[in-house]
Design a protein around this ligand. Structure first.
Ligand SMILES: [Zn+2]
Ligand SMILES: [Zn+2]
Length: 110
């Protein structure tokens, strides 16, 4: 996901959370992460509980998505692709479709 689409306190899926696999995590905050002494990048600090154990970590924004797998559906209205990883997209709370960032189309206004 793009960093601008990641909000603190929201729940997202993290692709490469510890203990492998995808986990539903809560975004704590956006932090500056040191890749090496001259290079800093914005990263996402998150937390989740796994079998009763509290776990937190830091990942690149690319590793987060609204759903368990990155979705790339075609919009039913404009027919263009909605790329969850590249576009700033929201999921409709009613129909759970990705809302088209161009015309706001989702399953409700089909
Ligand atoms: Zn559209
Ligand atoms: Zn909808």
């Amino acid at each position: 996901m793009r960093l601008e689409a990641i909000k603190e306190g929201s729940y997202l899926y993290c692709k490469s959370a510890q203990r492998r696999g995808v986990h539903k995590v809560r975004v704590i905050e956006i932090v500056d992460y040191e890749i090496n002494p001259d290079q800093w990048e914005e990263a996402v600090r998150y937390e989740y509980t796994y079998r009763g154990e509290y776990i937190d970590g830091i990942q690149h924004p690319d590793q987060f998505s609204l759903t368990k797998t990155f979705r790339k559906p075609d919009c039913h209205k404009c027919k263009l692709e909605i790329d969850e990883q590249k576009d700033i997209v929201e999921q409709c709370p009613k129909c759970e479709w990705l809302i088209c960032p161009r015309d706001k189309a989702c399953g409700c206004n089909r």
